[in-house]
Design a protein around this ligand. Structure first.
Ligand code: TRP
Length: 336
């Protein structure tokens, strides 16, 4: 019998602010694809271009990064025919609800956001109003789709809590309007650290290129970066105090192969770091090769990409516009 119960909704987004790392794949994109395959959810995956201009962007690069990110979404296994994949700027409802939610969010709340404080420090010459109200726009992204679940990394958890507060506040003031979403924080092992300083998260903004692996890095670069990864002088593949570098490589290997940390310790018992790093590199290359091949195909096929993002925006707007109409009515705007 056909299931008539509407599917639960997922919404998540990634900013098109540069190349993606292996950490982005393991921590976000791969989960996006898996959640979509489960078939339990209708998944709205968004390229958050409106969010990206809260820091300075070069227009030409933003355009390239935005198209690249769509091709990478698809190359990493997201299905843009089944569910909408779209650009945030193509669905005006985001900006519309964003403004309303700006007016439902307190200065004090936004002032407490750690990402705002971090980014203000990093971009001291451009602490613009958008950077400050960024979390209200993110709340709009989520609430527009009446999302049940939002897969995010740890760094976005605070924004999601604020989203829940804003939703509850609106619902209490104007009657039930928004679904209050739950965060979906991926299981442990998903956080990939810098190859050069395992106390820090792997990030493409790190000035040392050897500290991160990009999804589109040439394969020989990937191998050499893993060979250069910091370890320790014990030459034993195990977890432990002072072994954060090895542990990070173990996490990467675990993420790539599905093996547990215990299984990895057993596999490499009595073997040195040379062997271990070669195996880690091979496992990562095995993941990246098909992604790169698909990306290279897709990025040449502009018509197909256009078809995906157009139909994505259309389907997203259909849902989002309904929410905006409801909100506008509830707050007392004259119906157009
Ligand atoms: N702020 C998120 C980030 O920088 C990107 C984002 C924008 C997002 N809107 C969202 C994530 C809505 C989840 C849901 O990573």
């Amino acid at each position: 019998m056909e299931n008539t119960q509407p599917k639960k909704r997922i919404l998540s987004g990634i900013q098109p602010s540069g190349a993606l790392t292996l950490g982005n794949y393991v921590g976000a994109l791969r989960n996006f694809a898996e959640l979509q395959k489960e078939n339990e959810y209708e998944c709205f995956y968004m390229i958050a271009d409106l969010h990206s201009i809260t820091v300075k962007q070069v227009p030409k690069e933003l355009r390239k990064n935005s198209l690249d990110l769509l091709a990478l979404f698809l190359a990493c296994g997201l299905d843009g025919e089944k569910d909408p994949i779209f650009y945030q700027s193509h669905v005006p409802a985001h900006a519309q609800l964003g403004w309303v939610l700006d007016c439902c969010t307190y200065f004090g709340e936004l002032s407490r956001m750690t990402q705002f404080k971090d980014k203000s420090r990093k971009h001291a010459d451009n602490i613009n109003a958008g950077l400050f109200t960024y979390p209200s726009l993110m709340a709009a992204d989520i609430l527009l789709y009446q999302s049940d679940l939002v897969p995010v990394g740890h760094d976005q958890k605070q924004h999601l809590e604020l989203t829940r507060d804003i939703a509850n506040r609106f619902n209490n003031t104007y009657s039930d309007t928004f679904k209050v979403p739950e965060p979906y924080i991926p299981k442990i092992g998903a956080k990939i650290m810098s190859l050069q300083n395992p106390a820090q998260k792997m990030s493409k903004s790190d000035p040392n290129e050897n500290s991160y692996i990009l999804l589109l890095d040439p394969i020989d670069r990937v191998v050499s970066k893993i060979k250069k990864a910091v370890t320790d002088s014990e030459a034993c593949v195990r977890r432990g105090e002072g072994k954060e570098g090895v542990e990070n490589l173990m996490s990467i290997y675990s993420a790539a192969t599905g093996k547990t940390m215990d299984e990895i310790e057993n596999e490499f018992a009595g073997r040195g770091y040379g062997d271990f790093k070669a195996a880690v590199a091979e496992s990562v290359v095995e993941i990246l090769k098909p992604i790169q091949a698909k990306y290279n195909d897709l990025i040449k096929n502009k018509d197909y990409l256009e078809k995906i993002y157009r139909s994505g925006a259309e389907r997203a707007a259909y849902v989002a516009n309904k929410t905006v109409s409801k909100v506008y009515r509830k707050i007392g705007f004259i119906q157009p």
